[in-house]
Write a protein that binds this ligand. Structure first.
Ligand code: GLY
Length: 568
């Protein structure tokens, strides 16, 4: 009885506080994520989202908040947040102007096409994934400074102040973080030849302080972008890298530039979708898939129904086959973007589609390919109080990148060189095949799948969305947009929904385990589809912001991670 009264009391308190919250500008209501009136940041960590919002409240805009959020992720989410990696930004200004910034890593000047092959022409195991030879020239600092310089309002020192305090005062290790660090511990220790700050002794709830990173960030706050590319930090970084056998030089750092790109923009029903252009494959593939599925009545078929899955999978298969053959760094290869995204070409691609049976993968040209990308990246979305919206995806590639940790500077270095095809035309270490368009060359950017995306409806901002997940990024973004648009979900429901993925090769539909109805799986198998529910415990960790009909913002923060939406 006493217990029942306590339970009832708890319910009453919870009900009242939830009711009360729903009236506030930063609340959670049933099936919806956090709601806010003016502005929002959704990222992989609450600390980073809060710092982003703090900068907005100081009068900063989305680009100031980008710098703060990205650096805060480097502090408290070192798994993917970074100074030693790269990323992509897609933006929409309040006046409707759109654009994209490429701060992807680059191949070093001393790199060469066959650098990961032995004298017999075989791929040398681990060389492109672990340790100093795996590292590409980092672009993150150049990217956040370029965006902030062009569009930001605040001074860099004010933006970085709360981030430096976070590194100095520490943040709490989460349970997910504890598990992740523990599972990477032996590899990180082996690569660094000693235990580093991030090690298996760290327990959830413990406060982690990174003094070295605080000092690095303070020098960057004092001296600006060049501190990282030509200053003291650059010298320390290159000394360290070269002591580990890297071919990256001071000249590589000094030559690094972030590049403004024209994003990919296309229509789907009454939506205008704007996403990242090459060297990411994200925008082109999303454009191809959505154009191929547009003639089908997905809303009528239903969310994750047999027919919806068939249509999406078959379109995905064709887009990923093209991706593999045609896409690479646009400064090095000619990409027939217009043809690849034209209605006529895509109708032709879907000509053989049938609900009766899968189209065999070997009947789908082009290429014999799919480049490997790992799952560990991170995405954040920001809408500011001025009406500007950004979508940013940033990465070290693998979890903790190359595992190489620069102790003096307090950050990990990427292993982005593995996103190139080490041996075009033949399977790489991961059993996957790469293409000539994505072969290694000095100063070339490696092909990515990152798909930071902005959606407009009737010419107004509607959604900012993106996710980590390597090659599954594109299909996770696709499903999230369709969940909102076709299946009328809230942003949070769209993010929560179970996901599946097809990438042409291997010839299988990956599904999140224990998520799809067994009879549906059986029906797909009976039609001839290979189902793999083991490979990916989760597919994507999507973060997004949706403009609701009443003009408020809804955040969708994926609970597959520690992701958090904060707004005001
Ligand atoms: N490294 C993951 C990607 O760029 O897609």
């Amino acid at each position: 009885m006493k217990q029942n009264i306590i339970v009832l009391l708890c319910f009453a308190i919870c009900y009242l506080s939830c009711k009360d919250q729903s009236k506030t500008s930063n609340s959670v209501i049933e099936n919806r994520g956090v709601i806010s009136k003016s502005a929002m940041v959704v990222s992989a960590r609450g600390e980073a989202s809060k710092i982003g919002v703090e900068i907005l409240k100081q009068g900063g805009n989305a680009f100031d908040a980008m710098m703060a959020t990205e650096m805060a992720l480097a502090v408290c989410y070192p798994y993917a947040g970074n100074l030693g990696g790269g990323g992509f930004l897609v933006y929409r200004m309040a006046d409707g102007t759109k654009g994209a910034l490429d701060y992807r890593e680059k191949s070093p000047l001393a790199s060469s096409k066959n650098m990961y092959l032995d004298e017999d022409g075989n791929v040398i195991k681990n060389l492109s994934t672990i340790g100093s030879m795996a590292v590409g020239v980092p672009g993150t600092i150049a990217g956040i400074f370029e965006a902030q310089k062009r569009f930001g309002k605040l001074d860099v020192a004010s933006i970085l102040k709360p981030v430096i305090e976070l590194a100095q005062n520490g943040y709490k290790i989460t349970e997910k973080q504890e598990r992740r660090i523990a599972s990477y511990d032996s590899l990180i220790t082996a690569v660094n030849e000693k235990e580093i700050l991030y090690n298996k002794k760290l327990k959830a709830g413990q406060t982690l302080i990174n003094t070295a990173l605080a000092k690095t960030l303070q020098r960057i706050a004092d001296n600006g972008r060049d501190e990282f590319y030509t200053g003291e930090t650059a010298k320390q970084l290159i000394d360290y890298l070269q002591s580990k056998g890297s071919i990256i030089t001071l000249e590589d750092l000094a030559k690094y530039e972030a590049k403004w790109r024209d994003p990919i923009s296309f229509q789907y029903d009454d939506l205008t979708i704007t996403s990242m252009s090459p060297p990411s494959s994200g925008g082109i593939c999303l454009n191809q898939i959505m154009t191929m599925v547009e003639p089908f009545d997905l809303e009528d078929y239903g969310h994750n129904s047999l027919r919806t899955i068939q249509v999406l999978v078959e379109a995905e298969k064709r887009a990923y086959a093209d991706r593999s053959f045609y896409l690479g760094d646009p400064d090095f290869v000619d990409i027939p973007i217009e043809t690849l995204t034209s209605d006529m070409y895509l109708q032709e691609r879907m000509k053989e589609f049938s609900f009766q049976a899968p189209t065999p993968v070997d009947s789908i040209s082009h290429g014999k390919i799919i480049a490997y990308e790992s799952n560990e990246t991170t995405h954040y979305s920001i809408v500011d109080q001025f009406g500007n919206a950004i979508a940013v995806t940033t990465t070290l590639n693998g979890g903790y990148g190359s595992k190489l940790y620069v102790e003096e500077l307090g950050f990990f270095l990427n292993n982005e060189m593995d996103d190139f095809s080490s041996k075009p035309g033949e399977p790489n270490y991961y059993g996957l095949i790469g293409a000539e368009a994505n072969s290694i060359a000095p100063e070339k950017r490696m092909l990515s799948s990152m798909t930071p995306t902005i959606v407009e409806k009737d010419g107004e901002f509607y959604m900012s969305v993106g996710t980590p997940g390597g090659s599954t990024i594109i299909t996770s973004v696709l499903q999230t947009i369709l969940n909102v648009h076709e299946f009328k979900m809230t942003m949070q429901e769209a993010v929560n929904a179970h996901r599946f993925h097809n990438q042409w090769l291997p010839d299988e539909i990956r599904m999140e385990p224990n998520s799809f109805d067994k009879s549906l799986v059986k029906q797909l198998q009976n039609l001839g589809y290979n189902i793999n529910e083991e490979r990916s415990p989760i597919i994507g960790i999507v973060d997004g912001i949706l403009m609701q009909e009443d003009g408020t913002l809804e955040g969708g923060a994926d609970k597959r991670g520690d992701d958090t939406a904060v707004g005001f």
